[in-house]
Design a protein. Structure first.
Length: 301
């Protein structure tokens, strides 16, 4: 933990610091001059082990840390997670406990970023999803994130909260249970075939390094009280991604559709409008998906 008795630098609290995104956000904030205190449900090297669903423990931790900025990433982020009770408990109650503790600490942070999800838009017919589109969540994960947003609005008169809706993103270190790491891993191993679900779904994919940089820049933006999409503005189907990887690896893979992997209420297309984000932080410097895939493909663990 940062030495809080002598606060020579601003203190950033990152929840979910041991997760895929958290590790990149911690590094990004450290390079920007923050003393970073990580909070995670699991033990790790970045900070404190705290269960945000434990209200007393959360109150105690925040009273100690007294952060100047907060990036709240801790959540169950896998759409197909089997424990629905845990999805709602962690994503809503855990967030509420954090906000309650921030107010109770008596030290008001200058920025609180809460990571929601573009999944809240559901199966919209709109070509480019802006923040003004009415949410229509199509699965429990998305419902939990939208409920978290509504809950967080109850605290906006007391905390400078920004709700961020990231679209799909990936990178080195993401679990192979997610689609793009799974696809890249098959090509890295030279697998002859791969089993997937619906390969015609289209997603706005980004690079986790881009996402971490945006979170850091939003902390300095005048974004309190706003909802902001975090997206590249370009969509790819899984079929197109398979073709990219075949060109990179130099061979064709056999794609088999496994009904087990076809999700009920699958969101068919998620394409984001990032104009509001650019207005808040300036040029976005988006990393092309092909570069991200090449980075992942070159990674040998």
């Amino acid at each position: 933990m940062a030495n809080l008795s002598e606060r020579n630098r601003p203190v950033a609290l990152v929840t979910g610091s041991e997760g895929f995104t958290g590790r990149y956000v911690v590094a990004e904030l450290q390079s920007a001059g923050y003393d970073v205190v990580g909070v995670s449900h699991e033990p790790g090297k970045h900070g404190l082990q705290v269960d945000l669903c434990d209200r007393a423990a959360t109150l105690h931790t925040i009273a100690q840390v007294r952060p100047d900025v907060v990036v709240h990433l801790a959540a169950i982020a896998f759409v197909a997670h089997g424990d629905i009770d845990a999805v709602y408990r962690v994503n809503i109650v855990g967030t509420r406990n954090l906000l309650d503790a921030l107010v109770a600490s008596g030290h008001k942070p200058r920025a609180v970023l809460l990571a929601s999800s573009a999944n809240v838009y559901g199966n919209s017919d709109v070509e480019l999803l802006s923040e003004d589109i009415e949410p229509a969540p199509a699965n429990d994960y998305a419902v939990s994130k939208l409920a978290m947003e509504y809950m967080a609005k109850l605290w906006m008169d007391r905390l400078p909260i920004t709700l961020v809706r990231p679209f799909n993103y990936t990178g080195v270190g993401q679990s192979n249970k997610f689609l793009l790491p799974k696809i890249v891993d098959h090509f890295r191993r030279g697998a002859e075939s791969i089993e997937l679900g619906n390969i015609d779904v289209a997603r706005d994919f980004q690079d986790v390094r881009f996402v971490a940089g945006v979170y850091r820049r939003l902390l300095d933006a005048n974004a309190a009280g706003q909802i902001v999409n975090l997206c590249s503005g370009q969509v790819y189907t899984l079929t197109e991604i398979i073709r990219m990887m075949e060109a990179m690896a130099g061979y064709k893979i056999q794609v088999r559709i496994n009904p087990i992997f076809v999700r009920a209420n699958e969101v068919r297309r998620l394409s984001g409008d990032n104009r509001k984000l650019a207005e808040l932080i300036g040029p976005l410097n988006i990393i092309p998906l092909q570069q991200t895939l090449a980075w992942m493909y070159a990674e040998r663990g």
